[in-house]
Design a protein around this ligand. Structure first.
Ligand SMILES: [Zn+2]
Ligand SMILES: [Zn+2]
Length: 139
């Protein structure tokens, strides 16, 4: 059976195991920007023998290969995003949720090069209190 997840795993040089396939599947449908811990707690329900290191290493490899994005927005842990399109993130310091922000915030024109450095990627991290936590999301 040809399965997208096994093709991907082989592409980035990882041995295909049901555990790794489950990690990849879970990530691809995830919209909550999970941490390695979140994914570990989900995967262990179906694969009780899996170690945290396996989950963590698989995530690192996937991020290295550009299959998922690694976000530095949460001060406590790395978070992962399967959505590879350029978008900004908002981090709520109260509920620790990460929201996708569709507004296209980019650097002002002319700043693609700063101090002779060529900028290849920009991550815009917005932080604060989300509308649900500030009470404005109700009603
Ligand atoms: Zn919140
Ligand atoms: Zn995102």
């Amino acid at each position: 059976m040809r399965d997208q997840t096994s093709i991907k795993l082989r592409e980035i040089g990882l041995k295909v195991t049901p555990q790794r396939q489950a990690i990849l599947k879970l990530l691809k449908i995830s919209r909550t920007h999970p941490s390695a811990e979140n994914i570990y707690h989900e995967i262990i329900k179906d694969y009780p023998g899996i170690s945290f290191a396996t989950v963590y290493n698989t995530l690192s490899k996937l991020a290295e290969a550009g299959e998922i994005q690694e976000l530095d927005i949460d001060p406590n842990k790395k978070r992962f995003d399967p959505c590879l399109s350029h978008h900004c993130h908002f981090y709520c310091r109260v509920c620790k949720k990460i929201y996708d922000v569709d507004d296209d915030l980019t650097l002002p024109k002319g700043t693609e090069r700063i101090s002779e450095h060529e900028i290849e990627a920009i991550q815009i991290n917005l932080k604060g209190v989300c509308k649900a936590c500030s009470g404005k999301g109700r009603g």
